[in-house]
Design a protein around this ligand. Structure first.
Ligand code: GUN
Length: 294
């Protein structure tokens, strides 16, 4: 049975460190601030945003939320972003994705001040990260790197197969893993919906990162014995035995894969809490940069 990579416990460890950092900043009259924009009422997005705000509160970070209806125009969304850009209390801006109209996403992301782009989605930060320059790094890939680091799993020289090519997870993930850094130096392969014989690639992997958005995509026959498996999926599967009518499951067929892997992240309690922790970390870093303190 695989070792469970407890993202929740690692998160708690890092959040305690961040809380101390926030207290030190408070002594210098600095309170990091995060602004969140939620457009529409997708229940999953609502629950992510609530979790992010709660985590801010626990860490001592100021947060505020603006909610717009799903019918909001691009101009209305941009106006809120501009307001956040101009607000000195705000060091980090998060526009929860996906937007109800995904065609607006590029323009909205580009409107965010890159110095407040704690999601690391602005082309300026994406480009800087690609080049190995200081930049805000997207929270989910960064969270995964920290799970591996704190669990003593070496990426240098490892073959990592990432399934999924999204701008939020897959693309930044392969980029970071391939960099000549402490948490990089991996040999990376990216698989996606048009990959033929995906199992041929995943079976070669020392580490498999599944970021597909579909339950049970990675099954035990697709990994080699002793592989490390990171499950990024958060899928809602109908379940009438649950009070809320659904349960959360990842992209990995946990029961069977856990028999064969050496280590695996659970869903929930794996990557999810780490994503939020990295958001807190980026918001604090933004405040530190903004005020030029040590
Ligand atoms: N939607 C899914 N993941 C994320 C994330 O990390 N940030 C934002 N803004 N939206 C998301």
């Amino acid at each position: 049975m695989a070792h469970i990579l407890d993202g929740k416990a690692i998160s708690e460890e890092i959040r305690a460190e961040l809380k101390t950092r926030v207290s030190e900043l408070k002594e210098k009259d600095i309170i990091p601030g995060l602004a969140v924009l939620l457009v529409g009422d997708d229940p999953a997005s609502r629950s992510y945003v609530t979790a992010k705000e709660r985590a801010c509160e626990e860490a001592g970070i100021y947060s505020c939320e603006v909610k717009l209806p799903a019918t909001a125009t691009q101009k209305e969304i941009m106006d809120v972003v501009q307001r956040f850009n101009a607000d000195d209390q705000i060091n980090g801006i998060l526009v929860q994705l996906p937007l109800p109209d995904s065609a607006m996403e590029e323009a909205v992301i580009e409107a965010i001040d890159p110095d407040k782009d704690v999601d690391g989605f602005h082309p300026m930060n994406v480009g800087r990260m690609m080049m190995g320059m200081p930049a805000f790094v997207p929270c989910t890939p960064n969270g995964i790197l920290h799970i591996l680091k704190r669990s003593g799993i070496e990426t240098a020289g490892a073959h990592v197969v990432v399934i999924g090519r999204s701008n939020i997870v897959g693309r930044p993930m392969i980029n970071l893993l391939s960099q000549k850094t402490e948490l990089g130096n991996a040999t990376v392969t990216m698989c996606h919906t048009r990959t033929k014989n995906m199992a041929e690639f995943t079976r070669q992997a020392d580490i498999v990162i599944a970021a597909v958005g579909w339950p049970n995509t990675l099954t035990a026959d697709m990994i080699k014995e002793g592989a490390v498996v990171i499950d990024v999926g958060v899928n809602r599967v109908e379940d009438s035995t649950k009070k809320r009518g659904y349960r959360l499951c990842g992209d990995v067929d946990f029961e069977t894969v856990a028999e064969k892997a050496s280590a695996i992240t659970p869903v929930p309690g794996g990557v999810g809490p780490m994503t939020i922790t990295m958001l807190l970390s980026n918001t604090i870093e933004s405040a530190v940069r903004c005020y030029g303190v040590e």
